[in-house]
Write a protein that binds this ligand. Structure first.
Ligand code: SF4
Ligand code: SF4
Ligand code: SF4
Length: 271
């Protein structure tokens, strides 16, 4: 289990500790005023601040790597970070709540200009905070079963799932992302900071079931699957694997399984 489980999990994975979704934890680490200010600035910060950080990184790569990168990561870990969570754990999370709010995806608005609703507010009702914030005026409420079906569909279409804090350990959103996600771009394309932690799992391919079709390579956003020409099979580089599990949906041979990260010694401490 990761350090967040140790600190905030009460013996479980930290995102399965329902206390972390409650008003009580929100009020311990947050205030309505700060949360509103954060949400009001989110579009601007994803559009402008990320680009600015990337410009600094390109201009001064060494200094950025030594000083800014760790500072950014430390700041995000405290204020707003995500962790990858596979579909089955997302279903368990959603099972605890009867009503779920589907929210606008601010990242996709920045990267593609589209107005999509791929984020979900679970637990504490955050909608009173949205008053007067145009970016969050367009939301709807879904019963948990409908939310699960929608997210399951997003999984088969190749969206990874993650939980996001609004001042850790309060979890305010379950997100469903592809390469248009700003956290993905910030962390894996621009390599400007760490905003997203690896999940509690890693993938493994059963060579006896794998036909070497390579569909999983196309599906993986993290460059974790490679083709072994000699054996005509795909393999997972577990160092790169985020444990999202979305590669499973494209495998017709059911050859891919998720293992508990803690049970795989070479990546057990790799977040
Ligand atoms: S983290 Fe994912 S779902 Fe959430 S706003 Fe970004 S792309 Fe959209
Ligand atoms: S999708 Fe399945 S069968 Fe195809 S290469 Fe990947 S693991 Fe093998
Ligand atoms: S190999 Fe790992 S990171 Fe890539 S899609 Fe599968 S579970 Fe996700």
């Amino acid at each position: 289990m990761c350090e967040f489980c140790t600190k905030h999990g009460e013996g479980k994975k930290w995102y399965e500790n329902i206390a972390n979704y409650t008003e009580e934890v929100f009020s311990q680490v947050n205030s309505e005023r700060n949360a509103k200010a954060f949400l009001s600035r989110l579009y601007h910060s994803l559009k402008t601040d990320v680009e600015r950080a990337y410009t600094w990184k390109r201009r001064f790569p060494r200094i950025y790597g030594l000083i800014a990168y760790p500072l950014v990561a430390k700041h995000l870990k405290k204020t707003h970070f995500g962790q990858i969570v596979p579909m089955e754990d997302i279903e368990n999370i959603l099972g605890n709540f009867s009503s779920i709010v589907r929210l606008p995806c601010v990242c996709r608005k920045v990267t593609t200009g589209e107005n999509k609703r791929y984020c979900f507010g679970v637990g504490m009702d955050l909608t009173p905070l949205f008053k007067g914030i145009p970016d969050f005026s367009d939301f709807d409420r879904l019963p948990a079963a409908e939310a699960k079906a929608f997210i399951r569909q997003l999984d088969t279409e190749g969206n990874t799932h993650s939980v996001w804090t609004f001042n850790t350990p309060f979890i305010g959103a379950v997100c469903n992302c592809n390469r248009d996600c700003m956290a993905y771009r910030f962390q894996l394309q621009m390599k400007t900071g760490k905003a997203m932690w690896k999940g509690e799992y890693v993938a493994s391919i059963d060579p006896l079931k794998c036909s070497g079709c390579r569909e999983c390579i196309k599906r993986c956003y993290f460059g974790a699957v490679f083709y072994d020409r000699m054996n005509v099979k795909c393999l997972v580089n577990q160092k790169n694997c985020y444990g999202c599990g979305i590669c499973r949906a494209v495998c017709k041979n059911d050859a891919i399984a998720l293992l508990e990260r803690s049970a795989v010694p070479q990546v057990a401490k790799d977040w």
